[in-house]
Design a protein around this ligand. Structure first.
Ligand code: NAG
Ligand code: NAG
Ligand code: NAG
Ligand code: NAG
Ligand code: NAG
Length: 943
């Protein structure tokens, strides 16, 4: 309930002495404030006397009659049941700003977002009745007015803007149902961090809108990915985090808005529905609980915190309803008390009254089960479980939740393993939930993932077997429905808000990028950069059936036919032919071509011959700079090698093999990894990296380690100050050590000491790998290289990991023959050091990878986080597809393979021994690995 304008907040009398104690105002300022407040109150009281004849009249119990009447009016607001606001039937969108011209988008290929009329529910679930249609789309007064063939502009307003889509695909704006944009502005700065109110575990009374910073540049970056609407949630540090708000990504006059304000960004200015964030599991107990002081310190305690809060809110509701009933029965003037109200519990009681859509972060079965139990105990529905990693295992628990419809699951496509509660998850979760009649929704949790690319999450889910229409729904109609805005957002139909995106390629294809985005009918980009891409039209939506069972076996001999392309046949006699055969004998490729002899032998011996439809053969991939092999669950110390800012160490000494991360690396074709110990945390490095096989069982297995010490790593980014006190001290200390190494002898007493490894660096025998994003940090590294080379009269090999701003020094890097391992491939200015990163079309012409390649820098793609092991080919695919023809397919695959070895100056494995066989093109969505060879006597076959 919002308090009426002019009404004193009901809690003021109780709260005032408290804030005087708590806040340490300087006395003079405090007194001045008090005097002003008194004056204000006198003016206010006088105004009330003039404006309201009843002021001062009291009832028999000496209560203000005027306030009692206001309380009675509040009763009907308390009991109001919101409905989803209408779409069709509006003359104009409440967000429409006068003066914006109507727009006719001609010749688009449109995804309406629903099946044709008359499609049964079962058929619709199966995707029947959905299709891309050729149509024009007319936008006026912030609404979609008409979707139809050949709309004649002669019948439209004379000032209509006509925009030619040239047949490209048009969808409704993408919706991200889990974002912290605005409250967790990028680049992240302590002063701008407003995600969680950590003063208490239960803070239903705080509101994300009070922290939304419209100037967060990331709001624009997100829009450049076609995202027009986001649910801005408070963080998950406390069990009840507070109210959330749905915003549209149009900010200020330049985006066609009235003013630069969060209120102006609200997707529904009438605020029909309210939203709230809750969170179960690890965070609240870890972040908030203090043993001996206050809970929760366990999931048990969390459930109690929830139940106690719901009980308090339910009691307030009961007291209010009793009061309202009595006031109605005996007349409000006869009441002996005012309506019980408490701002602290107002929003949670509104939630229990069904006015607030609750979104709860829960990963694990116990979390889901406990929360479903709360919904039944206190009778409230839940719109979606967020993170929801384990929901795919327990559809029946979700169906037990209170209310008309089970909660949706708001998911990442394949980001997992970062903490214990995310250790169990599946890239097939969306498909499995869908098959069980539940709703997957893909979200960014921006800035956890870059919300600009939330549609890539849906695309990956499609690749992992979620039907095409359900994958598109997961970022359009499904979140719209769950937000209670299903008649306004998510579809391209008359009466819907005019938020539309025209894409340069199918939105579920790799690297799909908007050409233009409209919000409430206003084009958002004045001069959008359009990527050079061949026009292809919609993907084959049928997709191949995907087997989520991940059965795999080791065999020594197998034959694949139907291989359309080989990217790995150097030294193997391959004919160019779209039906190559690849024969594998003793785990090695023995033939690429017609291979009649091998087919004959295998047929005779009853060996396996697997027929592919669109097979591709590629060299295997390598993960450089991740923590795989040194960590199993990012946040769990017991599974981790640890971090040290003091002690230089060797990755080989910390390897712990046969983990889930390594298993997935192997079956996703990342057969080798080069990992160094952490300096402070993820994506920082200190020590020597070890090269090893991801499929090995332990470090003594034959061939498990291919290089004990691959490179010597230091971190020079912002985190470097945590050791030496400053960034300058970190660079200075490294310079000192390197110059000392120039002076030193080759016969160190400990050949595994830092000094000994640096000696090998300065003599050009080991690469020096520096983790750094900022352009000046990289410039410092280049100067250091020159200085040390001059002092030692020997060339050194320098590698940059990170490199968000490296493109600013592309020519200098090329001249110095320094390779760059981009981690991430697409920086989104997360940290201050990355603030000038290029975020890509339509905002920037290309990204770092394009500029580096143009300058001739040897470039590779690293892993900023370990879960990316599944996505190496997809990342190469983005660089390829959005590279405007800079890269051939083979060169793109080298970004995650050959170039790493080239940059480090080490030998790559033989393609005949380390390879991957795909069904489908690895650079496209939907390719599936069928075989992985990794320099061993057998090959892994995936069924
Ligand atoms: C925009 O501002 C004008 C006054 O400047 C106001 O009349 C109008 O209602 C505002 N529109 C919206 C949608 O806020
Ligand atoms: C629509 O676009 C397609 C693809 O560019 C083109 O072939 C076709 O001629 C266009 N149709 C019209 C009516 O402009
Ligand atoms: C983008 O940059 C390339 C050079 O890398 C240039 O050829 C192209 O014209 C640019 N495109 C735009 C839209 O500026
Ligand atoms: C491809 O070649 C194999 C082996 O020669 C053969 O069995 C298969 O039928 C061929 N497939 C097609 C589509 O021609
Ligand atoms: C290098 O070796 C020489 C002779 O063995 C010795 O005199 C000198 O002190 C050594 N230098 C360093 C820096 O250890």
């Amino acid at each position: 309930m919002e308090s009426e304008k002019g009404e004193l907040p009901p809690y003021s009398a109780v709260e005032r002495p408290q804030w005087r104690q708590r806040r340490h105002f300087r006395r003079s300022r405090g007194m001045r404030f008090l005097a002003l407040a008194c004056l204000g109150f006198i003016v206010y009281a006088q105004w009330r006397q003039i404006s309201s004849p009843k002021v001062g009249s009291k009832n028999a119990a000496a209560l203000s009659v005027e306030k009692l009447e206001a309380d009675l009016a509040t009763c009907s607001r308390l009991r109001a049941k919101p409905q989803d606001p209408i779409g069709l039937g509006r003359e104009r969108n409440a967000r429409y700003i006068d003066g914006h011209k109507p727009t006719l988008i001609k010749n688009a290929t449109v995804w309406v977002g629903e099946p044709v009329q008359g499609t049964s529910a079962d058929d619709a679930h199966a995707g029947k009745g959905y299709s891309w249609i050729n149509a024009d789309v007319y936008l006026e007064y912030g609404l979609i007015q008409t979707v139809g063939k050949d709309i004649d502009s002669a019948f439209l307003s004379p000032d209509v803007l006509v925009w030619d889509a040239k047949g490209r695909q048009l969808t409704s704006g993408i919706i991200d149902m889990h974002s912290h944009s605005g409250v967790d502005s990028l680049p992240q700065l302590v002063g701008n961090e407003d995600t969680n109110e950590m003063s208490s575990d239960i803070t239903p009374y705080v509101r994300s809108i009070d922290g939304i910073n419209p100037l967060d540049h990331q709001i624009q970056v997100i829009k450049s990915g076609g995202v027009t609407t986001s649910l801005v949630l408070p963080g998950s540090g406390n069990n009840i985090g507070g109210e959330a708000f749905v915003i549209k990504h149009a900010v200020g006059k330049s985006d066609g808005r009235n003013e630069t304000s969060a209120t102006d960004m609200l997707a529904d200015p009438d605020r029909n529905w309210r939203y709230m964030k809750m969170a179960c599991g690890e965070n609240a107990k870890r972040v908030y609980g203090k043993v001996g002081e206050h809970g929760p310190v366990s999931r048990l305690g969390e459930s109690w915190e929830f139940r106690h809060a719901f009980e308090t809110a339910a009691n307030l509701i009961q007291a209010q309803d009793d009061w309202c009933d009595q006031a109605a029965a005996i007349g409000v003037d006869n009441m002996a008390s005012y309506l019980p109200q408490e701002l602290k519990w107002e929003s949670l009681s509104a939630a229990l009254r069904g006015q607030v859509h609750i979104n709860t972060h829960c990963y694990t079965i116990p979390d889901l089960e406990a929360f479903v139990d709360h919904t039944n105990e206190f009778k409230f529905p839940i719109r979606a479980f967020h993170h929801a990693h384990q929901t795919y295992l327990v559809p029946e628990i979700l169906k037990r939740a209170w209310g008309d419809s089970p909660p949706a699951s708001a998911l990442f496509a394949d980001n997992m393993w970062y903490k214990a509660e995310s250790y169990v998850g599946s890239e097939y979760a969306g498909k499995i939930l869908w098959e069980n009649g539940l709703t997957p929704i893909y979200v960014s949790d921006n800035p956890v993932l870059n919300a600009q690319h939330v549609v890539f999450e849906a695309a990956k889910a499609f690749g992992y077997g979620l039907p095409y229409h359900a994958a598109l729904a997961s970022v359009t109609t499904a979140p719209a429905e769950r937000l209670g805005l299903g008649q306004r957002l998510g579809k391209v139909k008359p009466g819907f808000d005019a938020d539309v995106v025209v894409w340069d390629s199918d939105p579920l294809s790799i690297g799909a990028t908007p050409v233009q985005v409209w919000i409430d009918g206003t084009a958002q980009f004045d001069d959008p950069v359009e990527l050079v891409k061949p026009f292809t039209g919609p993907l084959d939506a049928s997709g191949d059936p995907v087997n989520a069972n991940e059965n795999f076996v080791e065999v020594s001999d197998v034959i694949f036919t139907g291989v359309a392309k080989s990217f790995a046949s150097e030294g193997l006699s391959a004919q160019s032919n779209d039906n190559l055969t690849v024969a594998i004998t003793n785990g090695k490729i023995s033939c690429v071509g017609t291979c009649s002899h091998e087919i004959q032998v295998t047929s005779n011996s009853g060996g396996r011959i697997i027929h592919l439809k669109n097979g591709h053969l590629a060299k295997s991939f390598v993960a450089f700079g991740s923590l795989i092999g040194l960590n199993a669950i990012d946040a769990e110390k017991d599974t981790d090698n640890g971090a040290s800012t003091e002690n230089f160490s060797r990755g080989v000494d910390g390897l712990r093999l046969d983990t889930k991360k390594l298993h997935y690396a192997h079956i996703y074709g990342v057969t080798r990894a080069i990992s160094a110990p952490k300096f402070t945390g993820g994506a920082t490095h200190f020590g020597t990296s070890v090269g090893f096989k991801t499929g090995a069982l332990h470090t003594l297995q034959e061939g498990a380690i291919f290089a004990d010490d691959v490179a010597v790593h230091y971190t020079l980014d912002d985190t470097s100050k945590r050791a030496g006190g400053s960034v300058s001290a970190a660079l200075g200390s490294l310079r000192h050590k390197l110059l000392k190494a120039v002076e030193a002898n080759d016969t160190a007493s400990d050949p595994f000491s830092e000094e000994a490894f640096l000696r090998r660096v300065v003599t050009g025998h080991l690469p020096l790998s520096l983790t750094v994003h900022s352009a000046d940090g990289i410039a410092g590294a280049l100067k250091l290289k020159k200085l040390v080379e001059e002092a030692g009269k020997s060339e050194i090999t320098l590698v940059i990991i990170g490199g968000a701003e490296s493109y600013l020094l592309a020519d200098e890097l090329a001249a110095a023959k320094v390779g760059v391992v981009l981690a991430p491939l697409l920086s989104y200015r997360n940290s201050w050091d990355e603030r000038r990163a290029l975020t890509g079309a339509p905002l920037t012409n290309g990204t770092a990878v394009d500029k580096l390649i143009d300058a001739g820098v040897v470039t590779a793609i690293g892993l900023e986080e370990d879960w990316l092991v599944r996505d190496m080919a997809i990342l190469a695919g983005i660089a390829y597809t959005n590279g405007g023809g800079r890269l051939t397919e083979k060169e793109a695959l080298d970004l995650v393979g050959g170039n790493v070895y080239k940059i480090l100056g080490i030998k790559a494995p033989e393609p005949a021994e380390d390879f991957v066989v795909f069904e489908g093109n690895p650079l496209e969505i939907g390719a599936h690995i069928r075989a992985v060879g990794s320099s061993s006597k057998s090959v892994t076959i995936l069924e």
